[in-house]
Design a protein around this ligand. Structure first.
Ligand code: FRU
Length: 486
């Protein structure tokens, strides 16, 4: 068994920076055997500050090695969010196979002088797998056309069919698309999103990518569009759009347009704590792997961790079925499993075995006749508890009594998500990691991510079925990296 790290709030397997402040994942790209992960990072403090790109690498998406800071702010400004590509054919002239980072340059000096932000897009390249970078001398490559507020978070990908690089950019209340042949010169293509989808806040961190519809085998396109505030639980949130990309324009699928007109925005995650998530460029085997920042700008800077702040979500594979985006925990997570432990049945539920928590992978299948409900409850010796389950109103996670909440009014809350399947047999998978839970339900169409801060680890747990719900199948494994992450 793994000895939990001495810091009781640090996850056992989700990525966290050893120290300092972290927000958005950035520049995710698969390079050879390496999954590259960069992130918004401020090493000097545990609150947001002059932004750097931190760096971590992995060969399996779940065991990460922290690397030296990749990009540091300079006189030109802070290094905000962005993406990375591998320039196989040396279109930019930095070298064959260069890792090129495309990011927002945020100029705090001009922002202060002009009382509005000042953002443009720049490049930096690495010829040694992201260990050292050179900032391009010709920055910015996409200057601010003048007075454009919130002009940021370039997400670049290779549009193979058209032989061009494409950039999705967030611009206040919409996304814009640009094209380039050399990553250095960008031409405006089109805009999308004003008046469409959720607009309770600023659009940030877009991500446009192709994805195969498993129903028809046809390639469709998904635009992930983060926004803050205005998320499903208040504060930060991630919506998505399903449609098509013709090399110039992103158009909504008509059925999807109807769905959001009728049901409201399509949230990628219905919980409060999954923000700024985007996907890896260059993942093999047609995979589309997603990772988000497991926090919310409402309280990210106040959560009670010391020395470090924030974790990333688990890696998740995205699939598309018709107009429904689904998420499955990436299969590599199974490699973190310890021996499968038995959940003993008790009443219509069961009891979590000793040694399973505080971090676990739990799969539950319930018989759910109409009107029934079930819940999983985690407890510690202080009597604190975290509850997740399904009731007449749908899926929920209840952190009202899950530990510390004094740092933010409204943190202690119950969060709900509509159920997207009405079946007599209901499956749910829960990824728990000391201070977080990720719930995958409705074939991955409903995901809820939530953080919490118990006084001591949740070590006990039980499952209850009510109103005729009965636990049918169950499987549970402790999850841990096989070394202390720090
Ligand atoms: C999203 C965000 C991005 C920005 C970055 C700054 O959380 O606000 O829009 O680039 O964080 O750290």
């Amino acid at each position: 068994a793994t000895v939990p790290p001495s810091d009781p709030l640090r996850p056992l397997w989700h990525y966290t920076p050893p120290s300092g402040w972290m927000n958005d994942p950035n520049g995710m790209v698969k390079q050879g055997d390496t999954w590259q992960l960069f992130y918004q990072y401020y090493p000097q403090d545990t609150v947001w500050g002059p932004m750097h790109w931190g760096h971590a690498t992995s060969t399996d998406l779940v065991r990460w090695t922290t690397r030296p800071v990749a990009l540091a702010p300079g006189p030109e400004g802070y290094i905000f969010s962005g993406s990375a590509v591998i320039d196989r054919n040396d279109t930019a002239g930095f070298g064959k196979g260069a890792l090129v980072a495309i990011y927002t340059i945020h100029d705090p000096v001009r922002a202060k002088a002009e009382t509005r932000d000042h953002e443009s897009q720049g490049l930096a390249y690495s010829l040694d797998g992201g260990m050292t970078f050179t900032k391009y001398a010709g920055n910015p490559v996409l200057p601010n056309p003048g007075g454009r507020q919130d002009f940021r978070d370039p997400s670049v990908f290779r549009d193979e069919a058209r032989g061009q690089w494409v950039m999705a950019l967030s611009v206040g209340d919409h996304a814009e698309f640009y094209a380039s042949h050399d990553l250095k010169h960008w031409r405006f293509l089109s805009a999308f999103g004003a008046g469409v989808g959720a607009h309770g806040g600023v659009w940030e961190c877009p991500n446009l990518f192709p994805i195969r519809d498993v129903q028809t085998g046809r390639d469709r396109w998904v635009l992930i569009q983060n926004l803050n505030p205005g998320g499903p639980q208040g504060g930060s949130g991630t919506q998505y759009f399903v449609g098509d990309w013709d090399g110039t324009r992103f158009t909504l699928d008509p059925e999807f347009a109807q769905r959001i007109a009728h049901d409201g925005p399509a949230w990628l995650d219905a919980g409060p704590d999954d923000y700024a998530g985007v996907t890896w460029n260059g993942a093999p085997d047609g995979r589309r792997v997603f990772m988000g920042w497991m926090s919310n700008w409402l309280y990210a800077q106040e959560v009670p961790t010391k020395r470090w702040r924030s974790a990333m979500t688990a890696p998740r594979d995205l699939t598309l079925s018709g107009i429904e985006l689904r998420q499955t925990p990436s299969r590599e997570i199974a490699s973190l499993r310890g021996p499968r432990l038995p959940i003993t049945l008790s009443g219509d539920g069961g009891r979590l075995p000793h040694g399973l928590l505080p971090s676990a992978d739990i799969e539950l299948t319930f018989a759910t006749p109409p009107g029934s409900s079930f819940a999983l409850e985690l407890r510690n010796k202080e009597g604190e508890r975290l509850v997740a389950g399904l009731d007449a109103q749908g899926w929920y996670i209840d952190r009202r009594n899950a530990g510390r909440s004094d740092f933010h009014d409204g943190f202690a809350a119950i969060h709900r998500a509509p159920r997207r399947r009405d079946t007599r047999v209901t499956k749910v998978r829960l990824l728990i990691d000391r201070t977080s839970i990720e719930l995958f339900a409705d074939d991955g169409a409903t995901v809820m991510t939530e953080i919490f801060f118990p006084t001591s680890d949740f070590t006990e747990g039980s499952i209850v079925g009510r109103g005729g719900a009965r636990l049918r199948d169950r499987a549970a494994w402790p999850l841990a990296r096989n070394e202390d992450p720090i």
